[in-house]
Every structure is written in structure tokens, then in C-alpha cells.
Design a protein around this ligand. Sequence first.
Ligand code: AMP
Length: 170
Amino acid sequence: MELEKFIRDVPDFPQKGIIFKDITTLLKDGHALKQAVDLMKEKYRDQKIDKIVGIESRGFIFGGVAAYQLNCGFVPARKPGKLPAKTVREDYTLEYGTNTLEIHEDAVSRGERVIIMDDLLATGGTALAVAKLVERLGGQIIGIEFLIELTFLHGIDKLKGYNVHSCIKY
Ligand code: AMP
């Protein structure tokens, strides 16, 4: 199955000049969703993963399903003010705008083996911010997984030193 057929390009969303990669067209197809999550999680089956950290909000979908399949925990990395208990936070820049992400300070324990998941790698700022949060809590990053990578934005350079994979490259 060619997964890229299930990705819809939406020009000028959320602002002019951005071609938004819409994954809802993949999510609504049961076979495509299964294949996508299988591809993202399969290499970790025997890696004794403790936690998947999913990035708000589309990373919750892939990360949640993959955590269930890998029998590990799931941790949400959320936009500021959404998590109820004490958090650690990190600011970062996006392809469009700036943002902050938080995780609960007790979400990852020292030495835990962690995968970070999101739908798309653009400039890499988001994933790098989450990697820093996980490492600040003492987690060990085993891999960073994306469904889609926009290679022309060279986000992979920002994530040098990490084990980064993506299923669909543009
Ligand atoms: P970045 O930090 O630049 O790698 O941006 C990645 C985050 O922004 C991911 O959470 C994506 O969901 C979102 N994102 C950035 N650019 C796009 C795009 N062209 N289409 C869809 N999502 C995007």
C-alpha cells in the first residue's frame, strides 16, 4: 500500500505559503492507519521501550496506538497550560510561528527507554524541544518516529545524534 496516496495536501493552511499535510485522510482508512502505525513501531518490538511520548495533537494518535501495541506507557507532550500537575517546559520555533511544549515532571523516570512520536518532521524544532524535555527528566531517547518528513526543511540536521525515522518523505 502506498501510504502517500492517503495524505492530502492543503495549500495555504494555516497560513499563506504553507502546504499542510493533512493526515485525517489516512486516519479514516483502517488499513492505511494500521500500516502506518505498524511501520512506525515495528523496529521497537524487542527494544524494551518504557514510554512513548506523543506530541500534541496528532502525535497522540500514532503514539497512543503504538504504545498499546508495544505494551508500554504513553506520555502526552502538550501545549502550555493543558497539563494539570507540575510540568517541565521548553520553547521552540515552528515552520509557522513559535510555541512551547510541556510534559509532567513525573512522566518519565531516570533511565527509562523512550520513543518520541509525531505525524510530521518539518524544521525539527518541535521534536528537539520534546527530546530536551525527556532528557531533562533523565529519559534515554531510543528513537524519534514520524509518519512524514519534509526533507527540504532539513529538520533531520537539528536532530543529529538521534535515531530518527520517517515513513513518507517529500
Ligand atoms: P517542526 O517543529 O517545524 O518540525 O514542525 C513539526 C510540527 O508542526 C508537527 O507537530 C506537525 O504536525 C506540524 N507541521 C509543521 N509543518 C506542517 C505541514 N506542512 N503540514 C502539517 N503539519 C505541519
